[in-house]
Design a binder for this molecule. Structure first.
Ligand SMILES: Cc1ncc(C[n+]2csc(CCOP(=O)(O)OP(=O)(O)O)c2C)c(N)n1
Length: 547
């Protein structure tokens, strides 16, 4: 069999459904083999970076490695940001790149860079395949490592001459590997601490966003009644509409939830990922912390949990829940007040009639328009803080945001991947005008794939987030304003529909209409960020002090 056919068979064997990317001439054998695959669809994109974001998001949503493809040199360098996105965000992803023949090449160094080495700091595994016979083991190993906790990016380089080789090898079958469970003593110690605490509080982080863990955590909260806060990447693990939810750690400090954290005498920290800013810092004379994770806590001057429950998180939560007796001594009265104060603050901004639209109103309207299982995919900009903080996620993976690499440009491609993975669900990309323009060429891909998608473009004609920080530092405004295309015409030129909101009360009915009609709808919404500083830096701090 041709080695490239074996490569495709190995991918099929791993259950790959989509490969996103842009082939070069070095991938043509692989492309030809792909054309004969019954189960793998090639999604041709307009930039490799977008292909990588899509593959990573597929990985994030399915728990299986998403796959992207690029050629050597420039194709591979275009994947670099996506590699970092997947690696830092804990999303399983395989990148496949081509290469010139490695045995005999007459082409000198044209387009050749050492892609395997380039990918080393950005991946868990990066290998050049040097013989057709080794394809099955390399592919299996790459997939195994991509999904192993903590998930991330892997890379395989398939050179042209190797792809064309003959091989008689067979694919390796994947076996289910069970994760180790936490040791009994650590479970007992955790139970003891929780039972003897007076104000225990759960903090749910990115590592808790796994299918079974979500279920176990929901049960844990239901039976114990212990309140919780989520980190940005822990959003939706447990329904934030529930009355035990106190808020999201979108701001680093001085928010309502930080008052709850101060009051807690025990924090049960589930799935903490050091990539995210922790919502609390430990002091030696302070509250107790239980660390529940797949790994032990990374050594850190502000994080030194007294108890570590290390092993499969879902199983740990289940074991603790089984043994825990609900306690009369738990007192959640203060947490309840925190929740009420936070809720009433969010409600206040929801009907703000001013235009350009204010962020609180924007978030409230998007929430009203989206069904509980609808998915919003956020790019990076000021609005991410508002969505993380004010948008209540009802289900896991319904708020796709990147609080790891925090790159601009992933909002639209991730939304497209979400729609491919869940064709029956409503999906909305929410981007700043800066982030949108970083991968807006993918509108063509979205239209070609006939995706149903709403793309909200928040227009402030500037890199707003940086403008805000510039002002915070007391600096003169400089270097952050730009012009924009006419987004309505821009969308239309791709064959998408374009809309412009001209009054705040137009937004909700327009979003509802767009979500109900097929096709790609780009909605331009002018936003006013001028109140951000007053609210996020002063008002919230002042109000939270009054609880
Ligand atoms: C690829 C990349 N470049 C630069 C940054 C730094 N950065 C973070 S937010 C931001 C501005 C985002 O502007 P926009 O998308 O218009 O959103 P806004 O903040 O205006 O709502 C910039 C430049 C980044 N995170 N990623």
């Amino acid at each position: 069999m041709k080695a490239s056919d074996l490569f495709v068979k190995a991918l099929e064997n791993e259950g790959v459904e989509y490969i996103f990317g842009i082939p070069g001439e070095e991938n043509l054998d692989l492309l030809d083999s792909l054309s004969r695959s019954d189960s793998i669809k090639l999604v041709l994109t307009r930039h490799e970076q977008a292909a990588g974001f899509m593959a990573a998001t597929c990985g994030r949503l399915t728990g299986k490695a998403g796959v992207c493809l690029a050629t050597l040199g420039p194709g591979a360098t275009n994947l670099v940001t996506a590699a970092a996105y997947a690696q830092l965000g804990g999303m399983p992803m395989l990148m496949i790149t081509g290469q010139k023949p490695i045995k005999t090449s007459k082409q000198g160094h044209f387009q050749i860079i050492d892609v395997v080495d380039m990918m080393r700091p950005l991946t868990k595994y990066t290998k050049q395949i040097v013989s057709g016979d080794s394809i099955p083991s390399h592919v299996r190993e790459a997939f195994r490592l991509a999904v192993e906790e903590r998930p991330g990016a892997v890379h395989l380089e398939l050179p042209e001459d190797i792809a064309a080789e003959e091989t008689s090898e067979e694919v390796f079958s994947a076996s289910l590997v069970r994760r180790p469970t936490a040791e009994d003593k650590s479970i007992r110690k955790a139970v003891e601490l929780i039972e003897s605490a007076r104000h225990p509080l759960l903090v749910i982080g990115a590592g808790a966003n796994r299918k079974l863990t979500c279920r176990m955590l929901r049960q844990f909260i239901e039976t114990t009644g212990i309140p919780f806060v989520s980190t940005q990447m822990g959003k939706g693990v447990v329904d934030e509409e529930g009355e035990r939810f106190l808020g999201n750690a979108a701001l680093s400090d001085h928010d309502f939830i930080h008052r709850a954290i101060e009051r807690a005498d025990l924090i049960i920290n589930v799935g903490h990922d050091v990539i995210e800013k922790p919502p609390f810092f430990m002091r030696h004379d302070d509250r107790q912390v239980i660390h529940i994770n797949f790994f032990s806590a990374q050594v850190d001057p502000v994080y030194f949990p007294q108890v570590e429950v290390v092993g499969d998180i879902a199983n740990s939560i289940w074991q603790i829940n089984e043994r825990l007796e609900t306690q009369d001594r738990w007192d959640f009265a203060y947490f309840k007040k925190v929740r009420e104060a936070a809720e009433s603050h969010v409600r206040e901004g929801a009907d703000d009639p001013r235009f350009p639209i204010y962020p609180q109103r924007l978030v409230a309207d998007v929430r009203k328009a989206m069904p509980a299982n609808g998915i919003i995919s956020l790019d990076n900009g000021v609005y991410k803080i508002w969505f993380a903080r004010n948008y209540k996620a009802n289900q896991p993976n319904t708020v796709l945001l990147d609080n790891a690499l925090a790159t601009m440009g992933a909002g639209l491609p991730s939304a497209m991947a979400a729609r491919l993975v869940f064709p029956e669900r409503k999906v909305m990309a929410i981007c700043g005008d800066g982030g949108f323009m970083m991968n807006s060429q993918e509108l063509e891909t979205a239209v070609r794939l006939e995706l149903n998608l709403v793309v909200l473009v928040l227009r402030d004609d500037a890199y707003g987030m940086i403008k805000w920080k510039q002002a915070l530092m007391g600096l003169e405004p400089f270097g952050l304003d730009y012009g924009n295309p006419d987004f309505v015409k821009y969308a239309q030129s791709y064959g998408a529909k374009g809309h412009r909101v001209e009054a705040s009360d137009e937004l909700l009915p327009l979003l509802q209409r767009c979500l109900e009609t097929p096709g790609v709808d780009v909605v331009e919404v002018p936003v006013d960020y001028s109140d951000n500083d007053r609210i996020l830096n002063h008002e919230i701090k002042e109000l939270s002090q009054q609880i």
